[in-house]
Design a protein around this ligand. Structure first.
Ligand SMILES: Nc1ncnc2c1ncn2[C@@H]1O[C@H](COP(=O)(O)OP(=O)(O)OP(=O)(O)O)[C@@H](O)[C@H]1O
Length: 561
């Protein structure tokens, strides 16, 4: 009896069979019972086919087969195996996954195990169009019995009904029913079984398509999460800083810094930026990143001085959800965020010794592990570090690991303090006036010459940041659109305290002499002309010359820094 599993065809066949039996004189009651039985079977098949259409995962398919087919056939268990991509082996795809079930001795079904297609059972099923009944005891005596058979034998299985599963005329796997009795599935049902296996093939294609969609969705979610992380980081960055795109200055020393940036930007070398606070180290780090091949990726900043001790490791390397109290969400660390980009380790001299070890390991291994994570994550980051400390001294004092120092001190760039590049002050002032006026809505658009001179005479312990803040303060206090009044700190802080002891009170003359001398030194002995001490002091060069004479200031005093 051939069948393609179509239900109406099956019914026709059953009617033909009944007519045949009537002819042979079977009694009517028996025939009605048969007909009712067939109707029940058809109902089960119809409901199976309806359920199969909505199946999305393996568990659903297991339940549907287990519940619906058990109404039709007397079997104890079943397994669906699929042929692997290598076309040489097959593995269990749908099977009973209950723990107590899998405890039985022998090789329990597991999707990770691969078995050859070249065993006696597979060969027989591949070459047969119909289900085959295998006797377990008999197959166990075969030289090419499948490796897993002992497991079912130990479970008390006596018979296996196996058939190949076909999709678009190729064999994609096998469907096995296991029974503890013999002859429990009559061969009358074999055509039906074949039809069922075709429906199961459809369900399997759906499951596989669904698994692929799920996997792609997961990839999309991971990517989305990365974009979210980057977006949050960038939003924080925008909130916390102005958007500097320019480094202002024309001084010889700053040009030297630009030259070094040009040299090193295109490589992946670690750069250590040295300089007093406020000299623009972060600006230089950004310029370096923007000039590097990594400029399309993020430059992620870690302020090592501001890392809270309890969260520092998570901040650097991230954590998995639930890895510690308060870790309610998975979070990626700055190292991971900077993947393919630049990691800017600001104020690296402030990093605790404990974190120095962890940082060194991450730099050496080029891989990190999230707290509570089980996998090692490869990272490709370019390191730019900055400090206002003398790191070598910190190494000598035992505050900074020498191995980390040598690891980061590959290409040092020193940013000169503002007092050593006073030529940059007028440019910086114009830049800040324009920006701060715009920001505050004030109409200030110029600065008086005397105010610039005053600024050039100051020593700027806080460097450009101090200048920026001072201009802002002055603009806010200014009347009119020319900045005339500059509110410099009353005492020049660098000169007010000497080794923590108070200065002795000086006479007016002593003060005047010291001030003139300090400006002369700053101007490298230049008296007149642009950038000369007379211009800075806002007095004629002739007046300055007579004061130099009066205070007995010698040329060597002026050059003696
Ligand atoms: N050459 C420059 N042109 C324009 N603005 C500058 C320049 N140098 C520094 N600044 C500005 O001065 C401020 C301080 O700069 P930055 O934060 O880069 O200094 P830093 O050396 O990193 O300071 P710290 O050591 O305190 O972290 C910033 O607002 C920065 O934009």
């Amino acid at each position: 009896m051939e069948s393609n599993g179509n239900l109406s065809e099956i019914e026709n066949q059953e009617h033909a069979c009944l007519e045949d039996k009537e002819e042979k004189g079977l009694n009517k009651k028996e025939l009605i019972e048969k007909l009712e039985q067939k109707e029940r079977e058809n109902k089960v098949l119809l409901s199976l086919s309806n359920s199969i259409a909505s199946i999305r995962n393996k568990l659903d398919l297991f339940d549907v087969i287990d519940q619906k087919l058990k109404k039709l056939f007397d079997f104890d268990d079943f397994v669906i195996c699929l042929i692997n991509d290598d076309q040489q082996t097959h593995s269990a795809f749908i099977y009973n996954q209950k723990e107590d079930f899998l405890k039985t001795a022998g090789i329990a079904p597991a999707s990770s195990e691969k078995y050859t297609l070249n065993d006696g059972m597979c060969r027989a099923m591949i070459s047969s169009e119909k289900p085959i009944v295998f006797n377990v005891e008999a197959v166990l005596t075969w030289h090419d019995a499948p490796a897993w058979l002992g497991f079912w034998h130990n479970k008390g299985i006596k018979e296996m009904i196996g058939l190949k599963m076909v999709d678009r005329s190729s064999c994609i796997g096998f469907f096995y029913l296991y029974t503890k009795n013999t002859n429990s599935v009559s061969n009358v049902y074999f055509d039906l079984l074949h039809g069922i296996s075709l429906q199961i093939s459809v369900a399997i294609s759906n499951i596989k398509a669904n698994e692929k969609i799920e996997q792609q969705l997961q990839e999309i979610n991971t990517y989305k999460q990365k974009l979210e992380d980057e977006k949050t980081y960038l939003q924080e960055e925008v909130l916390h800083k102005y958007n500097h795109s320019e480094i202002i200055g024309q001084s010889h020393s700053l040009k030297g810094v630009f030259h070094l940036i040009d040299h090193v930007a295109s490589s992946d070398s670690t750069v250590l930026i040295l300089g007093e606070t406020g000299t623009g180290k972060e600006l230089i780090a950004r310029a370096l990143h923007n000039a590097s091949p990594r400029h399309k990726e993020l430059m992620v900043k870690i302020n090592c001085a501001a890392l809270p001790p309890t969260l520092a490791e998570s901040e650097l390397f991230g954590h998995e959800k639930g890895s510690f109290t308060g870790a309610t969400e998975r979070r990626i660390g700055k190292f991971e965020l900077a993947h393919n980009g630049t990691l800017f380790l600001d104020e690296i001299g402030e990093l605790s010794l404990d974190l120095q070890v962890k940082l060194l390991r991450a730099l050496q291994e080029k891989e990190i592990e999230r707290i509570g994570g089980k996998t090692v994550i490869k990272t490709n980051v370019r390191i730019v570090a900055a400090t206002n400390r003398n790191l070598l001294k910190e190494v000598e004092k035992g505050n900074f690991r020498s191995d980390l120092y040598y690891r980061i001190n590959v290409f040092p760039i020193s940013i000169p303090p503002l007092r050593e590049r006073i030529d940059d002050i007028p440019y910086l002032v114009s830049h800040f006036i324009a920006r701060i006026s715009k920001k505050t809505g004030r109409q200030v658009n110029a600065i008086s010459k005397s105010a610039v001179n005053k600024l050039m005479a100051y020593t700027w312990p806080g460097n450009i940041r101090e200048l920026e803040h001072l201009i802002e303060r002055s603009i806010l206090l200014n009347q009119g659109n020319i900045l005339k009044d500059i509110h410099l700190p009353k005492i020049d802080r660098t000169e007010s305290v000497v080794n923590g002891t108070e200065q002795k009170i000086k006479t007016i003359h002593e003060n005047e002499r010291d001030h003139i001398l300090s400006i002369l030194k700053r101007c490298n002995g230049k008296i007149s002309g642009i950038g000369g001490a007379a211009e800075v002091l806002n007095i004629p060069a002739t007046t300055l010359n007579s004061k130099i004479k009066k205070f007995n200031i010698k040329r060597e005093h002026m050059l003696n820094k």
